[in-house]
Design a protein around this ligand. Sequence first.
Ligand code: AVJ
Length: 324
Amino acid sequence: MTINPVFTDASPITLAAPGDQFLADVLSGLSAPQKFLSAKYFYDAAGSELFEAITRQPEYYPTRTELGILDVHGASIAAALPRRADLVEFGSGSTVKVRRLLEHLPDLRAYVPVDVSESFLRSEAEALAADFPQLSIVPVAADFTRPFTLPDGLYGEAVAGFFPGSTIGNFEPQQAAQLLAHFGRVLGRGASLIVGVDLVKDVTVLEAAYDDAAGVTAAFNLNLLTRINAELAGDFDTTTFAHRALFNAAASRIEMHLVSLAAQRVTVAGESFAFTEGETIHTENSYKYTVAGFHRLAREAGWTPNTVWTDPQRLFSVHALTRA
Ligand code: AVJ
């Protein structure tokens, strides 16, 4: 089977229309007894930039720690993948992490970044093509959480997945297991998967990572309201909401909320929502795992855990999984 040559124009293959799920999700989330919004909506252009800024904050250890693991162990992580594999990155975003693996994968057949943001996919694929001229890059514009099939010509000898950044932590454990099982179906029989998973640690370290002194995470959280105002005709007064981050030890997760500082009403797309003073909108969960706990989750989803790499302080972990 042949594969497309290097995509010089980096045109993404669109597999799913974005749809207007945002409005429906916001209206139902704000109607719930515990108001909530899905963390996936943080990432508009401003939100994506704020997230990049979060990763540069001294308190936010996950990104630099995972990059450190990829730098130190990149060769062994790459060695856990089959030689002539097609490598699919779920929710690729920036290519800064996968570069650490690509350096050690000279025989890779294709790199398939999957992301909802077409423009980001295109610019990242172009930059990557300039640095890895031998590599076939097949960008796919799709929501990686929904069922999709890889483009024709993929599914070669071996397919591997890459899911860094502890994005898995944004899903409820049950959903996370379903997502890993879904990756297994997308990648097919005999697939390998490299997953980045943030680890349980001291509460003060965890809470500081989600409430940096410079207020970048607070701005990131509040930007969700700004986005609703702009895209869904909302009238949130962002000065009357405050960022809150706390570690829920029983659930092993960081929770982010937006706290209403007053009793108030807010309108979104013509619908009115009442807030009492102190009432919160739950905007994100970021689950933290132990190595054993993540191994259980992976097994439940039909994967076999292999090697796990961590940093010396055991802040973060990178797992190699294989599928029968
Ligand atoms: C991108 C989901 C891994 O949970 O640490 C960072 C998102 N939220 N600061 C995380 C996030 C607030 C991040 N993930």
